[in-house]
Design a protein around this ligand. Structure first.
Ligand code: PBG
Length: 339
């Protein structure tokens, strides 16, 4: 870039620090880079359904609902690319949903079938069952609605506890309660242990905020027609509340969680950072559907570059302190990291 100017460099400066020396070229930059993404950082959320087609999710370009018959080969492909963790989410057909989400206790339900199919693969990956009632309830709430119209905490915990044992029996390595009911981590730990599943880990959605960024996910699992507007504020955290988020993280640690999660990720980097600095468990961050979709949408409009925004967002999440990151960008980013 040549710009005409009439400066004559008559001034000499004796700056003590010239930080730009460390940004001189790509060699220096790579030597001093503080945060690195690794293929092994990522967990890919995977949607499954009972149909026979691979269905693209409209609001999540490049993300699909997989039929069980394609699941084994697809997971094998991802494992081959280096991804080591998969969190499964079922789209339950609406005729199987009811107000209590009883389908979660049906041992031939989609989630349990999927685990049994995947047990045929060499287990050099971690299979995670997301544990919540919302894929199974007709109203899309994560819990059973009590007589007073509120979510019945303890009844919901009872269901999740039973489901956690079914997940362990089906072969899931980790269960991930994403419901935000009080006391569920301790109850699930106790049930798993009583059934001799001491080796099954709990990745707790501990600081899960009541976020508008879950919209595309709710389309993906077919949660509700008015998917944008399900009010979960009686159990998910208020976005402004950092101290309350810390309390939830500490409670799940005390109740026996193995991994603590903050969710969504990028809007809550301060919470991730606090958790990493103050708690001694691995910290997971979930870069949720809306965080993915907003980048895809802007890139479709030609306003943002998808790959570089994906990398930048994930670097930010890692820099804040996440040890593992659930992200829909996992497949793409693993490719980019090979380059
Ligand atoms: C519900 C659940 C949600 C997500 C994971 N588990 C949505 C919700 O709480 O409504 C969101 C994930 C995403 O948006 O990618 N148990």
């Amino acid at each position: 870039m040549v710009v005409e100017h009439n400066l004559t460099k008559e001034m000499t400066f004796e700056f003590k620090s010239r930080p730009r020396r460390l940004r001189k070229n790509s060699a220096v930059l790579s030597l001093i880079e503080e945060t690195h993404l690794h293929t092994a950082d990522f967990i890919l959320p995977v949607f499954i359904h009972s149909g026979t087609d691979v269905e693209e999710i409209e609001s999540m370009p490049g993300i699909f609902r997989w039929p069980l018959e394609r699941l084994k080969s697809q997971i094998a492909f991802w494992v081959d690319s280096g991804i080591r963790g998969f969190a499964l989410f079922p789209k339950i057909s609406s005729d199987l949903k009811d107000s209590e989400g009883l389908e979660i206790l049906n041992t031939t339900s989609l989630m349990y079938e999927a685990a049994s199919i995947l047990s045929e693969l060499t287990r050099d990956f971690i299979l995670i069952a997301d544990l919540a009632l919302d894929p199974y309830t007709s109203h899309g709430q994560d819990g059973i609605i009590g007589k007073d119209g509120d979510i019945d905490n303890d009844l919901t915990v009872e269901m999740l506890t039973k489901a956690s044992v079914l997940c362990a029996k089906a072969g899931y390595d980790w269960v991930a309660p994403s419901d935000m009911m009080d006391g569920r981590v301790g109850a699930i730990r106790q049930a798993l242990d009583q059934n001799s599943f001491h080796q099954v880990s709990i990745m707790a959605y501990s600081a899960k905020f009541c976020s508008s960024y879950y919209g595309p996910f709710r389309e993906a699992i077919g949660s509700s027609k008015d998917k944008m507007c399900i009010d979960k504020s009686s159990y998910q955290l208020c976005p402004g509340n950092a101290r309350e988020a810390r309390r939830e993280l500490v409670l799940d640690l005390e109740e026996g969680a193995d991994i603590l999660m903050v969710k969504p990720a990028e809007p809550y980097l301060d919470i991730i950072h606090w958790a990493k600095q103050n708690l001694s468990l691995p910290i997971a961050a979930y870069q949720v559907s809306g965080e993915y979709s907003r980048v895809c949408a802007a890139s479709k409009l030609g306003w943002l570059d998808k790959d570089s925004c994906a990398l930048e967002s994930l670097i930010s999440i890692k820099r804040a302190g996440a040890d593992l990151i659930l992200t829909y960008f996992a497949e793409r980013v693993v490719e980019l990291l090979k380059k």
